[in-house]
Design a protein around this ligand. Sequence first.
Ligand code: UGA
Length: 437
Amino acid sequence: MFVRRIAVIGSGYVGLTTGACLASLGHRVVCADVDERKVARLSGGEVPILEPGLPDLVAQGLAAGRLKFVVGAAAAVADAEVVFLCVPTPMGAGGAADLSAVEAVAAEVHALLPAGCVVVNKSTVPVGTAARTAQLLGRPDVAVVSNPEFLREGSAVEDFLNPDRIVVGCDAQDAAERVAALYARLGAPTVLTDAASAEMVKYAANCFLAMKLSYVNAIAELCERFGADVLDVTEGIGYDRRIGQAFLQPGPGWGGSCLPKDTHALLQVCAAADFDFSLLQASLDTNTHQQHRMVAKVRDAVGGSLAGQRIGLLGLTFKAGTDDLRDSPALTVAALLAAEGADLIGYDPGVPAAVPGMTDDLQVTDDPLKVASGAAALVVLTEWPEFRLLDWGQLAELVQRRVVIDTRNLLDADVLRRVGFEVRGIGRRATRALTTF
Ligand code: UGA
């Protein structure tokens, strides 16, 4: 395997994972960030995000001298053969991707890039951005490659090192092959294509996942109406290999820093291209409906009005295993509950205290017992496994009303029923014995 000198611009969630994993594959990696404090912490082996396996990889990379952190893109690219752009592309005005960070880096490094190096875009960017980046760089000797990431927060290292596929797109085949070779040790299926197709793969994948989740959330609602059980239904369809078991769990709506951003961004470019992607729009609308439906379930459980009711929330992050609150459906549901006058207290194992961006109407505690104290209902919003292991007998003594709305179908309803709780899940059949033959 060729060992390459790699620069990674942006040491956030994607950049840091990419840098540490590429170093673990043997490459020499310099990660850059604009945040001096973050660079100092990372240089000392301190990883600022909750991501299993990442601290170990960073420590190993630092100790082996294969991983380094520097302030500013200019300091990183000097002798790089491959430069990864891993800067944020947040949702800008009207839902379109905001590319100002990509543009700023291009402006900063265009004159500093070593002759013949390859620039790789890992950020999720609209189709055409590789071509636009090449234009901004104005360096005919530097190829721009699209190599989208498919990492999930909470399992990013595992996803990087055991990918389902590697996608590399460039209009110059040799540059695409050079980037694909960086991952050779992983032995993953590799799709070599043009830049526009690689950029499209990322949107097509995330939007498909969003659609799949909205579909299953709608099926869960239908199950409730018709007395079917969504767990059996998803098991039944998931064995079909064309469908698969993954990404079939209903929830309070899908969220996070990627799926909402990418669905909005694709819809935005569709609108600009006069293309009516009604299937994708419907997925987004279904998601909004799902969040409102969760509120209706809570309202219903407390007798019809949320005004002045103490509601205890279990889980605030957008999924378990992360401390990330960005676009968390739990917080959207919380804001909707607060808007109807509910008095909210929340607990999340990944969020020990209130942090900026959280709704002001939500008190955060590090003690699940406080969440239960005097609650008219408890609501599970994130699928943290530890919620199953709470002392439900003790919680039953503390709540005002023994009802749990389990928007993740996480809890063992039998355990809770034994201590007097009523459990209302998503798409679950009311308990009744099945006929046996
Ligand atoms: C997502 C994609 O899964 C990654 O492949 C992609 O690389 C990443 O976006 C990105 O673009 O960077 P992530 O945002 O970490 O990853 O989160 P997911 O695991 O996809 O979960 C998204 C949302 O769907 C969460 O709110 C989660 O709770 C929800 N979900 C997921 C369900 O409600 N049910 C499921 O069965 C699975």
